[in-house]
Design a protein around this ligand. Structure first.
Ligand SMILES: *Cc1c(COP(=O)(O)O)cnc(C)c1O
Length: 385
């Protein structure tokens, strides 16, 4: 039997290894010159000159800094999709505020614009759309609604590097904040890591202070000429969310490969599309003219498929192929379900995607032969062979 093909693997080359070794030899392990370079190269990669990029140790940290900088607090509500990872909603609870869960749209698997509008109250402060699987959410409708109601937008772009909407890179749309993830399975990986991106000077400044214990560097700099090197000013009870240079070293090299990685993922996705065109499944949604990061390739079994989701996952695993489910939606998670009395029937699209959706392996280190194996096994099982 052939080796087990995992669901996901990071793509680390000699360039990343040499960059990390260089960091280890430099004597500077925590946040320093490489984190600073990663921030400026990341902003340049997104392609807008006026962006602040703030490196953090996870996207969860970045999302937390974003809601904190926006002043979201107890009594406030923040709109989130139910079909996401728990981090999207948990940061709202960190501030004592309440997430309001909304179903997703069948055409994108991202937050549904119509249901979103119906959930806005006088307490709503912000919307956190997720660019699910690497396809941009319907930002036209989200931005229009946010404008009309005076709401902030924080994009959860953990899946969306690089993604374009109408030719424009996610991260440069001019929303209040965008947060990317470099977790081990994401399109570029530093092990743990994230990047908060914003054009707003006030958010950038607050996030930089709160990223490192509430130490105000600008206050520090103002006095630096007549104060000793050990002197600093704490202006708030901040967090420990800075990105170490060891992670930034990996990120610098991964970033240089991000476009090449996306092309390989897009090619693999096209091959799956072609190989599955005749099967009783819904292929992943996409939008004409927009570029998709293809972080995930999520198919949905249709009602007339001969096999169920659970059986397919266990039988394809017997053939040595790893798959996954994205996600067990938040309305099915005990904490969220019980605290907010969430019912599956209020989230029909998400529930259906959960019950019948499967994420197939899609990553740059997959060979053409690996993919042929997945295609053959998947076709056999869906066709009941
Ligand atoms: C991975 C992920 C996160 C969290 O990213 P970390 O870097 O692991 O904190 C947040 N939201 C979504 C949608 C994710 O997939």
């Amino acid at each position: 039997m052939s080796r087990f093909l995992p669901f996901a693997l990071p793509d680390i080359g000699d360039e990343e290894i040499e960059e990390v070794v260089d960091t280890l030899r430099s004597g500077w392990l925590s946040t320093g010159p490489k984190a600073k370079r990663f921030e400026s190269e990341f902003a340049a990669f997104l392609g807008a000159g006026d962006l602040h990029a703030i490196a953090v140790n996870s996207a969860t940290a970045g999302l937390h800094l974003a809601v904190e900088a926006l002043g979201i607090s107890a009594g406030d509500e923040v709109i989130v999709p139910t079909h996401t990872f728990t981090a999207t909603a948990e940061v709202v609870r960190y501030m004592g505020a309440d997430p309001v869960f909304v179903d997703v749209d069948e055409r994108s698997y991202c937050i549904d614009a119509d249901s979103m509008a119906s959930r806005i109250t006088t307490r709503t402060r912000a919307i956190i759309p997720v660019h699910y699987a690497g396809l941009a959410a319907d930002m036209g409708a989200i931005t229009a609604l946010a404008h009309e109601k005076g709401l902030a937008i924080i994009e959860d772009a953990a899946h969306a590097l690089p993604t374009k909407l109408n030719g424009q890179m996610i991260g440069t749309l001019g929303t209040d904040c965008t947060v990317f993830s470099f977790y081990a399975t994401k399109t570029i990986a530093t092990g743990e890591g994230g990047m908060l991106v914003t054009r707003r000077e006030d958010i950038a400044r607050r996030a930089r202070v709160m990223r490192l214990h509430g130490i105000d560097r600008d206050a520090f700099d103002r006095y630096v000429s007549d104060k000793p090197a050990w002197w600093y000013q704490v202006v708030a009870p901040g967090f420990k969310y800075n990105m170490p240079d060891i992670a930034a070293a990996i990120g610098l090299q991964q970033l240089r490969k991000a476009d090449r990685f996306r092309e390989r993922r897009a090619l693999l996705a096209r091959r799956y599309d072609d190989a599955f065109a005749d099967l009783p499944i819904a292929l992943p949604p996409r939008r004409q003219g927009d570029s998709h990061a293809w972080h995930l390739y999520v198919i949905r079994l249709l009602a007339d498929a001969r096999i169920g989701r659970d059986e397919l996952i266990s039988r394809i695993a017997q053939r040595g192929i790893g798959t996954s489910v994205h996600y067990v939606p938040l309305h099915q998670q005990p904490y969220w379900r019980d605290r907010y009395s969430l019912r599956a029937e209020d989230f029909p699209v998400s529930q259906e995607l959960y019950e019948r959706g499967i994420s197939l392996p899609l990553y740059t280190r997959m060979t053409d032969d690996d993919q042929e194996r997945v295609i053959a096994a998947f076709r056999d099982l869906v066709l009941g062979r």
